[in-house]
Design a binder for this molecule. Structure first.
Ligand code: AMP
Length: 254
């Protein structure tokens, strides 16, 4: 079985981002970039399937600037067999990414596309769903457990009311949630090996895919700063404090 794993380059999740001066996005200049954490989980799951003898080949793909090669080298160091960069300097949106991934899925014919449920920069949570719809393949989003059969995948997914289990025929698109696994760190020898690996680079404009943006960002704003907390000495003082705050609130209770 071949598995395609899309990996996005995002600002590292441990960093705090600043709003750009023009208010149209965040300023990522000079910030550490990493693989989107949900994509690390997807890749880890794919590696485990290969280690279990279920998957044969893992292909990592990233869409975007040439710098995404760095993310692909991380994917190779973790355990991907091949890496493909679909290169463009167009500011990609989920629909554009889904179209590019569709193009590659048709070329590679994987039995499974295993990807993150959402990218932590835009938090769109749309690409997997769009890709499955455009390919006409079954989809299961937010997977917290995955069991692969010869022609089916059984996916436990997290929903508001608890857990839901779906059985999908292959090929399918599955997106991963946090609890699926804990990704491994790449070993130093594998990091060194990945530095020398060849990455296939496909210029997006040669693929005949329309990447025209459908969304315009009008304004990006930072959340309002949180007010400082207050220490109280006892439960009674806490209750009194809550009563006072409620009474002070607009239309406050008494
Ligand atoms: P989103 O719909 O943007 O929240 O992203 C969901 C998932 O789509 C991510 O976790 C990635 O697996 C994949 N994805 C999104 N953008 C890209 C990209 N530029 N390159 C590769 N994969 C991507």
């Amino acid at each position: 079985m071949k598995i395609l794993v899309p990996v996005k380059r995002v600002v590292d999740y441990q960093l705090r981002v600043r709003i750009r001066e023009d208010g149209r996005g965040v300023d990522a200049d000079g910030l550490k970039m990493s693989m989107n954490p949900f994509d690390e989980i997807a890749l880890e799951e794919a590696i485990r399937l290969r280690e279990a003898g279920i998957a044969r080949e893992l292909v990592a793909v990233s869409c975007g600037l040439g710098a995404c090669q760095e993310t692909l080298r991380t994917a190779l160091a973790m355990g991907a067999d091949r890496a493909v960069l679909i290169e463009t300097d167009v500011q990609l949106q989920p629909l554009g990414v889904a179209k590019l991934l569709k193009w590659l899925a048709l070329r590679e014919a994987p039995q499974l596309v295993l990807m993150g449920k959402q990218a932590i920069d835009d938090d769109a949570c749309q690409t997997a769903q769009m890709l499955a719809a455009m390919l006409g393949w079954p989809q299961a989003t937010f997977a917290s457990k995955l069991l692969m059969g010869a022609e089916t995948a059984t996916v436990t997914r997290e929903i508001d009311g608890g857990l839901e289990t779906l059985e999908l025929s292959l090929p399918a698109v599955i997106s991963t949630d946090l609890r699926l696994n804990e990704p491994r760190y790449a070993s130093l020898p594998n990091v060194m090996k990945a530095r020398r690996a060849v990455i296939e680079v496909l210029p997006a404009e040669e693929l005949g895919v329309d990447l025209t943006s459908r969304l315009s960002i009008l304004q990006v704003a930072a959340p309002a700063p949180r007010a400082a907390g207050q220490r109280v000495s006892s439960v009674e003082a806490l209750a009194q404090c809550v009563r006072t705050k409620l009474a002070e609130a607009p239309g406050g209770a008494t």
